[in-house]
Each structure stands twice: as C-alpha cells, then as structure tokens.
Ligand binder design. Structure first.
Ligand code: ADP
Ligand code: MG
Length: 325
C-alpha cells in the first residue's frame, strides 16, 4: 500500500482542570490519550464513539488547531508538531476542516463570495482578477448557483450553508479533510446530498478523510476503515465491514446494539450500554470500559489493553477477552 498522507503516532491532548491551588494535585482531562492511525489518500477513516470521548479534540489536535501534549502528526512525512509558523501556514492549504454547525462556522458579516474567496486571498492563490471566477467554479461544484455570491449566509438553509462551508474548504485544494459531524446539524432529507458531495470530491480529488460522527449509519456509509474511540483511546480499528459485522470489542458491540433497529424481527439479544460514560479526568484503571463491560474479569481492572490483531485483515481491538467472547 502507498504511504499514508497523514500518520498520527501516540497523540495525546490533556487539558488541565481545577486543582493546582493550595497544594492540591493538579488534574487533567485526558481528552486524547495515546492515539495512532494512518490516513491514506483517497480513503476515509470513520471515527465513532459517544459524546465526550475525545473525537473533536483528536480532529483539532491532528490539524494542529491545538498543540498536542505529546505525540506526532506527520503530513507527507513532515511533523506538524515541529513545524514553524510559516511552514504551518503552508500546511494549512493541505489540511482543512469541515465543522458540524453550518450556522456558527460561517462569518455572518462575509457574503457567500467573500466566504469562499477569503482563503484564496489569505494564501494569495491564483491571479486576483480570476478569483471571482474561481469562486463561481467552487460554488457550482457544490451545487450552488454562482449568482448567490453577493448574498449572506443567514439567507440560506443549513444544507446550503454546509455546501458553502465545503466550497470554502475546497478552495485551497486540500489533500486531507477532517469532517467533524458534517451532517449532524442537518435535516435527514439533506444529509445524504451532502454526504454524496463528499464522496464525489474524494473520488475526483483523491482526498483523505477523517470522518467524525456519533452516527454509525453515516460512518458505515462513507468509511473504508472505522476507528472506535472510548475515553481518549482507540479500542477497535478495522475495515468497515469487519467492524460492523464482526465487532471484537465489547464497547463496539454495545454501540452497534444501541442503534435503533428498524426491523422488529431482528431482535436484540444483548443488553444496551449500562450507565454513563465515566469521566476522562479520573478514568477507571485498567481498561476504562470495564465498569460497563458485561465480559469484564479481574485482570481488566489492572492492565490497560493495547490494540492487537483480530484475524489477519488489519482488524485490531484493545480487549484482553476479545478471542473468548
Ligand atoms: P467529542 O467530540 O467526542 O464529543 P470532545 O473532544 O469534545 O469529545 O471532548 C473530550 C473531552 O475533553 C470532554 O471531557 C471535554 O469536556 C474535554 N474538553 C474538550 N475541550 C476542552 C477544553 N478546551 N478544555 C477542557 N476540556 C476540554
Ligand atoms: Mg465533538
């Protein structure tokens, strides 16, 4: 296989919280706690997990919108964590982000044309005189009439705003896109259209995607590989069909069980997830999932399991009981 566009190695992002005063021990939220994966060109890695497990922090830290606490993010072999501001500025062209909320992620004071054009101006891309045409082309590509250039974001629906956001994101010709819940704020009726747009751009431009979603059906639709995150760590990674049809980690199984089943004949044979997600400030010792896990044994409280192969198809899971259950 070709070398990945992005390599993430041992990435950590801890946020200090409270404490520190009067000699109390300073605590931290271990939002991302030792995550490694590759993003190959033209492929999508889907990242799933419950709210608060660290998905957005992982996306932002990978983009170096935040400084990592530890670990490396290499884009075409260059480490972003070591990049100087000038290098980082250049790298911004190659890695772009699509955000969840198309209402707050667009600047209300910029017209649609200015919104899409701004990155071209910031990076001085192409002759100035041709930028309006470039913007026309980008708007057409996302299915909007170029005549909307002089209008403002508030005049558009959520789906249209997300298209504007995607046009802006594509303006610089990125190679990698982190899409954080790209359709979660949209009506179900337009979610498919936006997802299909993302599929088309990936095929046309060979983009690598990190697709973050709590919605398993979105991840199943778009991903080549799937990574399951629990309290700052990846607990299962593998080819989409493997993970969905033969989940190896009890947490992945529980997530899949929790999806509403349309067909009443497909009865559930397992209990849904028990209890709330524990805090990432004081995660349980050993396997962080053990207090909610129906298969936990004594050893699960003591050792932190590493991702290990399940079969030989590039499927891994971090569970000491994965071969028995
Ligand atoms: P997700 O996207 O999976 O819902 P997040 O990455 O938003 O999860 O959050 C992961 C954890 O990190 C949560 O416990 C959250 O409260 C915490 N967190 C996120 N951003 C910050 C921040 N800037 N400061 C402190 N804690 C944060
Ligand atoms: Mg999030």
């Amino acid at each position: 296989m070709s070398t990945p566009v992005v390599e993430v190695r041992g990435l950590r992002k801890h946020y200090p919280v409270g404490g520190g005063l009067f000699g109390r021990r300073r605590q931290s939220v271990k939002a991302v706690d030792g995550v490694s994966f590759d993003l190959p060109a033209g492929r999508t890695l889907g990242l799933v997990g419950e709210s608060g497990c660290g998905k957005s922090t992982l996306g932002r830290t990978m983009m170096r919108l935040e400084d990592p606490t530890a670990g490396a993010v290499r884009f075409e072999g260059r480490d972003l964590a070591q990049a100087r501001p000038k290098e980082l500025f250049a790298l911004r062209r190659d890695m772009q982000m699509i955000f969840q909320d198309p209402y707050s992620s667009l600047n209300p004071r910029l017209s649609v044309g200015e919104t899409v054009r701004e990155p071209l101006d910031v990076h001085s891309l192409g002759p100035r005189a041709e930028r309006r045409e470039q913007v026309d082309g980008l708007l057409e590509a996302v299915g909007l009439d170029p005549a909307v250039q002089d209008r403002y974001p508030h005049e558009f629906s959520g789906g249209q705003r997300q298209r504007i956001g995607i046009a802006r994101c594509l303006a610089l010709g990125p190679k990698v896109i982190v899409a954080d819940e790209p359709v979660s704020a949209l009506d179900v009726s337009v979610q498919g259209q936006v997802l299909n747009l993302l599929v088309r751009f990936q095929q046309e431009r060979g983009l690598a995607y990190l697709l973050i979603s709590h919605d398993l059906s979105v991840v199943e639709y778009l991903s080549d590989r799937v990574a399951v995150m629990y309290l700052g760590r990846l607990v299962e990674v593998g080819p989409r069909d493997e993970v969905f049809s033969r989940p190896a980690h009890p947490y992945t199984r529980a997530l899949l069980e929790a999806v509403p089943v349309a067909d009443p004949r497909r009865r559930r044979d397992r209990e849904p997830l028990l209890g709330e997600t524990p805090s990432a400030v004081n995660p349980p010792p050993g396997c962080a999932f053990h207090p909610r896990c129906p298969f936990a044994v004594g050893a699960c409280r003591e050792q932190v399991p590493e991702l290990e192969a399940v079969g030989d198809g590039g499927h891994t899971a971090a569970c000491i009981r994965k071969d028995e259950i």
